[in-house]
Write a protein that binds this ligand. Structure first.
Ligand SMILES: [Zn+2]
Length: 58
């Protein structure tokens, strides 16, 4: 499951390992262009949401 990915490199998408033009904002753009990665991110976020309240905003 991609939800168990370790996210230690903000310059690359943790789901498809594509290099991002810019960390953070570039990742959001990347998700918008890659539904598979967006699905993985949603699953990952929902997995950690209970453990990290307020960890993600916006
Ligand atoms: Zn990706």
């Amino acid at each position: 499951m991609a939800a168990t990915t370790t996210w230690n490199d903000p310059n690359h998408c943790p789901f498809c390992e594509t290099e991002l033009e810019t960390p953070g904002a570039g990742f959001v753009d990347h998700l918008g262009q890659n539904p598979d990665c967006e699905d993985g991110f949603e699953a990952w976020r929902s997995n950690v949401a209970g453990d990290v309240p307020g960890g993600w905003s916006g």
